[in-house]
Design a protein around this ligand. Structure first.
Ligand code: PRP
Length: 221
């Protein structure tokens, strides 16, 4: 009997766009997966021996990096933040587009960042934040939050935040202005490298199915 194959997908915005792609790639979760009231975390699919788990975006990368899931769907922000050597990201799924940006209160925009040697930043992305500022000769002291970064400036936690921006509505609603873009983001198919070697006969066709699904979708658009 072959070991089960686990696909990790993130809760939240990417999921709605990922489900049609999964279906085009021939993978459909059982009905309970779509039941918002269900407390289950692991679901069967139409494919024998293949399960789907729904976890937080950062945890998708952790499950796949450690081989607890063989395949996942996650934003390129998460892949770069962790930089796990065990994660291979072969397909840009061209969904979940947003950007990682620095934002500040509208009334603090006259600060000249180039002249600063140190900044304090509230973020879920300490690695990418430090890297961004290091490249500018500025040391970033990161205050790690897991959500609601936009509250930090008004409550005196930090002058700056680094967070995801999509429509910009959350920044606007909290009196913040985007001051620089660190990276553009889209969701990727990720695969555990060791699993890809050991289970190539299952995983290579799956990667190809996702690649084809993206092409078919884009051709139909
Ligand atoms: C993300 C992000 C911002 C918001 C940006 O949070 O952290 O808060 O979306 O989107 P916008 O530019 O369209 O307003 P999300 O709602 O995904 O929840 P989270 O705080 O759990 O990350």
């Amino acid at each position: 009997m072959t070991a089960p194959l686990i696909i990790a997908v993130p809760k939240g915005r990417i999921l709605d766009e990922a489900l049609p792609l999964l279906a085009r790639a021939g993978i459909e979760p059982e009905a309970e997966f779509h039941d918002k009231k269900s407390r289950a975390l692991r679901f069967a699919t139409n494919r024998e021996g293949m399960s789907i788990i729904r976890v937080r975006a950062f945890d998708v990368a952790t499950f796949v990096a450690h081989g607890a899931a063989q395949v996942g769907i996650v934003g390129s922000d998460v892949i770069e933040e962790f930089d796990y050597s065990q994660i291979y990201a072969p397909v840009d799924l061209d969904i979940g587009h947003c950007r990682l940006s620095v934002a500040q209160p509208a009334d603090a925009l006259d600060e000249d960042e180039a002249a600063m040697s140190h900044v304090r930043v509230a973020t879920k992305y300490p690695h990418l934040t430090r890297r961004h500022y290091e490249a500018r000769g500025i040391q970033a002291e990161c205050v790690k939050l897991n959500g609601a970064m936009e509250l930090a400036p008004s409550l005196g936690l930090s002058r700056r935040i680094v967070d995801l921006v999509s429509s910009g509505a959350t920044l606007k609603a909290n009196g913040l202005v985007e001051t620089s873009i660190i990276m553009q983001i889209s969701a990727r198919l990720i695969v555990n490298r060791a699993a890809l070697k050991m289970r190539a006969s299952e995983l290579v066709p799956m990667i190809e199915a996702f690649r084809a699904a993206v092409e078919v979708r884009d051709a139909a658009a």
